[in-house]
Design a protein around this ligand. Sequence first.
Ligand code: IMP
Length: 198
Amino acid sequence: MNIVLATRNSKKADELTRMFVSYPVVFQTLDAFPDCPEVIEDGRTFRQNAIKKAVQVARYTGCPALADDSGLEVESLGRAPGVFSARYAGRGANDSRNMKKVLKELRDIDDPRSRTARFVCCIALALPDGRSKTFTGVVKGTIGKRPKGSNGFGYDPIFYPLGHDRTFAEMADSEKDVLSHRGRAMKKLYFYLKRMLT
Ligand code: IMP
């Protein structure tokens, strides 16, 4: 089965692909469809954005498409950055600036119990006829005082998953995959596809 990954984020594509290594699914990235139009992520929820991306790419390519919309929700910031996670620092936003902004906003909060956060991932699988199904994964944790580690991407260096004293960026890929919001959503998708294909 061929599935197009509706993302140009190579780190995300790596995470999605490596969870399916032992499975009869061939993932193509959007590199195979360089003219595929950019999807405007204007949804108010991860689910709306994931469905929009997957449906648009499935319609354009004529293949089933998989899209992930994900982000960080910090409780004391009213669940920001949320769907704005990738562009939280505004113009010129990148992972480092986004993290700095979160750390700055939490600078007066020392108690880890008030620095709670969660990552949310919604994965949408869409067919070229517009039908879609979504799978959501969540991981709870806390925001550290400073970035630690160099693996992963995004907010990984400041996120301590609940019950762990290392950030996602200090963990091996395989450790993060078991705990992460994306890993949990992918596990649901994995069992769904397994049921569909057998
Ligand atoms: P999206 O491409 O619109 O879904 O943006 C997702 C953004 O959320 C990324 O650019 C990161 O800033 C953040 N994010 C999502 N998943 C992760 C993760 O696994 N680790 C760290 N940051 C993440």
